[in-house]
Design a protein around this ligand. Structure first.
Ligand code: NAD
Ligand code: MG
Length: 406
């Protein structure tokens, strides 16, 4: 599978018509950074749909500021609140999962898919099926629906542009004429807040410790995923589906400064890397302007100030999640779907202080081995199978988490 490159894509430039953009997950970290870029280029983008969940105040404020066609909350009970907040604005208002899907398929030039978790699969898939350009931040879509998702991209001739900084970096340095000459793809990882902690220290990590990411400011779920390094495992699965590389060709390298966002090594020994400060507005702007480039307010990289770039291998003892994801990908079938679902549940339990930090990955491991034992690992033939496996993974992970609670 490869990232689709559409021949018709026109660079964002002075003479181009404004691009019509919908943002799924507009009130989140990626959503806000996306609108920040749009705010710096008001002539280049028109906002179509804005989709959020519970932060109605922010959603309404964004809809007014960017004069959105429609604002949608995924929560049907919040329709009235959103309607009141947008009274007199001329912005259409809708609520509920079906309205989210409808918002995703309004005519656009591009859709930013930035909902968190498998909850984003349905609207993101709807945008893909609509044949539009999808800037994909919502990595869980590819983790839980992998091949099926990419088949839909092929079938609908949609264009997928990765937003995740590592995948965006790889996308930028991918020599599309020579993809058969790729030897390795190296995903870099910051190592998260516990990179230098002992296993004993990690065992006692508090919620605040885990939320204290050294380099990136992100939503809560991905911040916890970075602390367990599950994020890098999910990204390994994401890269496997996006790029023409086998699992053996995909490597993870810890790089605490987060300056090199990933690398591709070719058969002639050349290693191509994309560098920058850790600011998501750079990969977001590349995804929005692709195949052109636009300016961003991101801090500039001054290597002389960074002074040192360090690299180390992942410690599989303290961070077993990366190899767990590798194994799930090897197992194939619905194993990555179950892994993703279990991880979402375990992270939510940890965020609610109902699970200890080390038990996050333990819940994922046990949910997967349980599915193995009971023969619940089955082929994914349709998106319905994905939803069923996701539901199974959630139910079983919750039971396991409940059993572990002190
Ligand atoms: P976030 O929690 O800050 O934002 C999530 C957004 O999704 C919010 O707007 C929320 O309202 C919306 N949402 C939640 N549940 C929803 C539902 N059921 N239906 C519709 N909308 C819903 O998350 P984030 O950090 O912005 O991450 C979004 C995605 O981007 C994740 O998949 C994450 O892995 C990926 N990503 C994020 C970063 C980052 O820097 N934040 C970097 C790379 C990749
Ligand atoms: Mg990333």
């Amino acid at each position: 599978m490869t990232v689709q490159v559409s021949a018709e894509a026109v660079p964002v430039g002075g003479v181009e018509e404004p691009r019509r953009l919908s943002v799924l997950g507009s009130t989140g970290s990626i959503g806000c950074s996306t609108l920040d870029i749009v705010g710096h280029h008001p002539d280049r983008f028109e906002i179509v749909s804005l989709v959020g969940n519970s932060n109605i105040g922010l959603l309404a404020e964004q809809a007014r500021r960017f004069n959105a066609e429609v604002a949608v909350t995924a929560d049907p009970d919040r329709y009235g609140e959103l309607k009141d907040a947008l009274e007199g604005s001329g912005v259409e208002v809708a609520a509920g999962p079906q309205a989210v899907v409808e918002a995703a398929v309004r005519p656009t030039s591009q859709v930013m898919a930035a909902v968190v978790g498998a909850a984003g699969l349905e609207p993101t898939l709807a945008a893909v099926r609509n044949g539009t350009t999808v800037a994909l931040a919502n990595k869980e879509c590819l983790v839980c629906a992998g091949e099926l998702f990419m088949d839909e991209v092929d079938r609908s001739a949609a264009t997928l542009v990765p937003v995740d900084s590592e995948h965006n970096a790889i996308f930028q340095v991918l020599d599309t004429r020579n993809t058969d000459q790729i030897e390795r793809i190296i995903l870099t990882a910051s190592g998260g807040p516990f990179r230098t902690w002992t296993r004993e220290q990690i065992a006692n990590a508090s919620l605040d410790d885990a939320l204290n990411h050294p380099n990136w400011s992100m939503g809560r779920k991905i911040t916890i995923d970075s602390a367990t390094m599950m994020n890098k495992g999910l990204e390994l699965i994401e890269a496997f589906h996006l790029f023409p590389a086998s699992l053996d060709q995909l490597e993870v390298l810890v790089h605490p400064q987060s300056v090199i966002h990933s690398m591709v090594e070719y058969r002639d020994g050349s290693v191509l890397a994309q560098l920058g400060t850790p600011d998501m507005r750079t990969p977001i702007s590349y995804a929005l302007a692709w195949p052109g480039r636009i300016s961003t307010p991101s801090p500039r990289l001054r290597l002389e100030e960074v002074a040192e770039l360090n690299f180390e291998r992942v410690d599989d003892i303290r961070f077993p999640s990366v190899s767990l994801c590798r194994e799930a990908l090897k197992t194939g079938k619905n194993a990555p779907t179950i892994l993703n679902a279990a991880n979402e549940v375990a992270v939510a339990e940890f965020l609610s202080k109902r699970l200890s930090f080390l038990d996050i990955v333990r819940v994922v491991e046990e949910t997967l081995s349980d599915a193995n034992r009971t023969g619940l690992q089955c082929e994914l033939r349709s998106i319905d199978d994905v939803f069923q496996s996701d539901e199974y993974g959630r139910r079983r992970a919750k039971e396991i988490a409940d059993g572990l609670r002190p």
